[in-house]
Design a protein around this ligand. Structure first.
Ligand SMILES: *Cc1c(COP(=O)(O)O)cnc(C)c1O
Length: 421
């Protein structure tokens, strides 16, 4: 459920009409709903409530500091994958003991930054990284709390670019090598082993792969404990999928996911961490765009929008589907017709949808891409020198621009001319 609904014929974010925001902010823009972000976060905390837990929002899915502050004030932890994301979490007022540092290639500088600023745990992904972290921590006279990411060799049955839990993927250490790696971690002076980490992929639409992975983690917990390691925490990753197409998708609910966690690892007495990104942010955001032209082609009609692949890359990068709706509610019984929905960028890849059934639309009409909160604004670029798309946060009946659209002067002045020109 989300808080983007038609009211008196216009699509609203909570109590604010998207057309009102468009008039002031211009298009395209991303719009997020505080109530939806809050609700989705709380679905997870409720689902995990029988167990000690921390829900760490995966910042990479939506990293605006105002959004992070919204979630941080509810008690959320943060899952970061770079120095920049760590600094965003800090800027949002999230204390270090609620920040988990993930990612396959943390540099020594990033390790130092997080150790200085405070960190709940590093999720270590390889033996060389583990040794580097021990050296950095030792030189600073401290010990780094760690979980080691294991690769359970489970097929997440999702898009290949976002599957991470198979042995051929670059992530984590093979579960078969875990005993040896944990033994080395225990010997290294700069580390304190806290737990086990696993993350098998994103946009999972079935619970079965999670179940397989978590059962392996439960076995591993018992084995490592028998080998003398104090496994206190299990970080079970993110990845729960969302319905991108309202008409035909029904991915599992956080409640069922929580019950699965309880069933598979709940009796181990560990603190449970999860790292959802998409499920919290995805349906909390829309991308609003204006129709520039309707072009009647030979065998199809093109809807040419002022949003493009640089603003929302998922359709061209992953072939992803986003529901597209008219901001002005179509009249009841109005016949939809098929459009190819495209942006103005000079690439055929700049296509959002082909043959999409939409109500009759005309120049200047507004449309909204649903489920665009996650992996939307964060993956945007200024390709074609199109200004980075602004972001707006709605809260009840008011809203604020939480990232302004840069001016062309700002964009051009970031380039500097060498003295020989
Ligand atoms: C991407 C990622 C997540 C978040 O995945 P979602 O599908 O957005 O929930 C969590 N943890 C790690 C390690 C990731 O790489």
């Amino acid at each position: 459920m989300d808080h983007f609904l038609y009211r008196s014929g216009t699509l609203h974010a909570e109590d604010v009409a998207l057309s009102d925001i468009a008039r002031v902010v211009g298009t395209p823009f991303y719009c997020y709903s505080t109530a939806t972000l809050t609700r989705h976060y709380q679905l997870f905390t409720e689902a995990l409530s029988p167990m000690p837990h921390l829900v760490c929002f995966a910042i990479k899915s939506l990293s605006n500091v105002a959004v992070l502050k919204t979630l941080g004030q509810l008690g959320a932890g943060m899952d970061v994958v770079s120095a920049g994301e760590y600094l965003r979490a800090k800027a949002a007022g999230v204390p270090g003991d609620r920040i988990v540092f993930s990612g396959v290639g943390k540099t020594r500088e990033e390790m130092r930054l997080a150790l200085e600023g405070g960190i709940r745990q590093f999720n270590v992904e390889s033996e060389p990284e583990m040794r580097a972290l021990s050296e950095v921590a030792t030189a600073m006279g401290t010990r780094a709390p760690i979980a080691i990411r294991v690769n359970p060799d489970v097929d997440a049955r999702t898009h290949e670019k976002i599957a991470t839990g198979k042995s051929e993927n670059k992530f984590g250490i093979p579960i078969a090598r875990a005993s040896a790696v944990y033994a080395e971690a225990a010997r290294l002076p700069g580390l304190e082993v806290m737990g086990i980490d696993v993350h098998i992929g994103s946009q999972l639409t079935e619970l079965e792969p999670f179940e397989q992975a978590y059962l392996k983690v439960a076995d591993l917990t018992r084995r490592l404990r028998a080998e003398g390691h104090d496994i206190r925490r299990l970080d079970l990753g993110g990845g729960l999928g969302i319905p991108y197409s309202r008409s035909n998708e029904a991915p599992p609910l956080p409640t069922d996911y929580g019950a699965l966690i309880k069933r598979t690892v709940g009796d181990l007495g560990c603190e449970i961490e999860i790292e959802p990104g998409r499920l919290i942010a995805g349906n909390s955001g829309v991308l609003v765009s204006r129709v520039i032209y309707v072009k009647n082609g030979e065998d199809r009609d093109f809807l040419i929008l002022d949003a493009a692949m640089n603003d929302l890359v998922r359709p061209s990068m992953y072939g992803a589907h986003h529901d597209i709706v008219a901001v002005e509610e179509p009249a009841p019984g109005a016949e939809p017709r098929p459009y190819d929905v495209v942006g103005p960028v000079c690439e055929t890849g700049d296509t959002f949808a082909k043959g999409r059934a939409l109500p009759d639309l005309a120049e200047n009409d507004l449309v909204a891409f649903r489920s665009a909160g996650a992996y939307g604004a964060v993956m945007a670029s200024e390709y074609n020198t199109r200004p980075l798309v602004p972001e707006v946060l709605v809260h009840g009946d008011h809203y604020a621009v939480i990232r302004a659209r840069p001016t062309f002067d700002e964009i051009v002045s970031r380039d500097t001319i060498p003295e020989w020109l």
